[in-house]
Write a protein that binds this ligand. Structure first.
Ligand code: NAD
Length: 357
């Protein structure tokens, strides 16, 4: 029995997570796998219910589970709260830290059927198949922060800190992931300006000696941002620090048509966390319009990375591809001549095709 913590969170989280659970149920029936789900509160929903964005009970549930399936947190209702109470800062960051999830793996794969849904030209995006590995528990988001009054106004400070150990472990992961793919790693930094980037580059170059079969290139983050939209097919595995990764992964998401298509896995500790790359989409929440495919594909990553069920994971990806090939689209990826479906129907279609695969 695989124990899965299910945290729908806020906004569209409550709509998309049940679609992924439905897909896991279909897989469990097909393969005889046994999953148990325990739901927990997180984010704004937890603030409303118990006054805290990450209740101890939820953290305990996560620590005692084998894997976590998360929807999204946050929304305008909680935007006025101080940072220490905000769902994103006070739920996701401490959860990642407590579970030791130092690496975020985000594939950006363009389903050929969605080439027209990308904002870039078809010939530029066709063939895009990259994975970004973002360091998740260091850097600017976790360094010391300060804000003080001065004679003329205020001064604010954020600190960007990285240690050799933090860089080494994410680098090894990137090389290992690349080994199972097209064997190329692009390390993204700003070594021409930042000291932390210089340590990053030196460390990666040293660790590369352990992986002579994998090609390594270094790229400045400004150039990487440009190359991602100029020729995205040049990338296989991108490895980068926390803030650069935050920005580049959202940019990469547009290559694939919609942020609603992009899954992610956060790994490193005993328990891994799987969630779509997008947020709680308050603008469409509660309308059965959200694209559930990123969450469904996150569940596929769970099967592969946490349980070692690679074949079942591949089947989910194939079922998604089939549904898209047949022309079914949620509003975010809709094009002329295709069939518009809602969140629940998209989940049902993937399940139906899984039964057929
Ligand atoms: P967002 O990702 O929620 O939405 C950006 C845009 O993409 C919106 O137009 C939204 O409708 C659309 N979108 C997102 N997911 C979609 C889906 N599955 N299907 C169809 N369309 C989708 O980002 P935002 O608007 O910047 O943030 C909204 C809230 O979510 C904020 O409170 C933010 O802090 C939070 N957030 C949470 C996470 C997380 O939980 N990991 C990540 C990012 C943002």
């Amino acid at each position: 029995m695989h124990k899965i913590a299910v945290l729908p969170g806020d906004g569209i989280g409550a709509e998309i997570v049940p679609q992924a659970v439905k897909v896991l149920d279909t897989i469990s029936r097909k393969y005889g796998y046994k999953f148990s789900y325990t739901e927990g509160l997180i984010g704004g929903a937890a603030i409303d219910a118990v006054g805290k964005p990450l209740p101890e009970e939820t953290l305990k549930l996560c620590q005692e589970s084998e894997a976590i399936l998360l929807g999204a947190v946050g929304g305008p209702k909680w935007d006025h709260l101080p940072v220490a109470m905000r769902p994103e800062a006070a739920a996701l960051l401490p959860l990642r830290k407590a579970l030791g999830l130092y690496a975020n793996i985000r594939p950006a794969y363009l389903y050929p059927a969605l080439a027209e849904a990308s904002t870039l030209k078809r010939e530029v995006v066709l063939g895009t198949d990259l994975v970004t590995i973002r360091e998740l528990t260091g850097g600017l988001y976790f360094g010391e922060k300060k804000r003080e009054k001065t004679a003329t106004g205020e001064v604010a400070m954020d600190t960007l800190v990285y240690t050799t150990e933090e860089i080494e472990r994410i680098t090894r992961l990137a090389f290992e992931v690349a080994r199972a793919r097209r064997k190329k790693v692009t390390s993204v930094d700003k070594a021409n300006v930042l000291e932390s980037s210089r340590l990053w580059r030196e460390t990666i170059t040293r660790v590369h000696e352990e992986f002579p079969d994998v090609e390594l290139e270094h790229m400045y983050v400004d150039n990487a941002a440009m190359q991602l939209v100029r020729r995205p097919t040049q990338f296989d595995v991108i490895v980068t620090e926390n803030m650069f990764g935050d920005i580049l992964t959202d940019q990469a998401s547009m290559l694939t048509g919609s942020i609603g298509m992009l899954p992610s896995a956060s790994i490193g500790g005993k328990v891994a966390l799987y969630e779509p790359s997008h947020g709680s989409a308050p603008d469409i929440a509660g309308q059965n319009k959200a694209n559930p495919l990123a969450t469904i594909l996150s569940a596929a990553m769970m099967l592969k990375y946490s349980f070692g069920y690679s074949e079942a994971a591949r089947e989910i990806e194939q079922a998604v591809e089939k549904v898209l090939d047949l022309g079914y689209r949620t509003p975010d990826i809709m094009e002329e001549g295709k069939t518009l479906v809602d969140t629940v129907t998209m989940g049902d279609l993937v399940c139906r095709h899984l039964e057929d695969v």
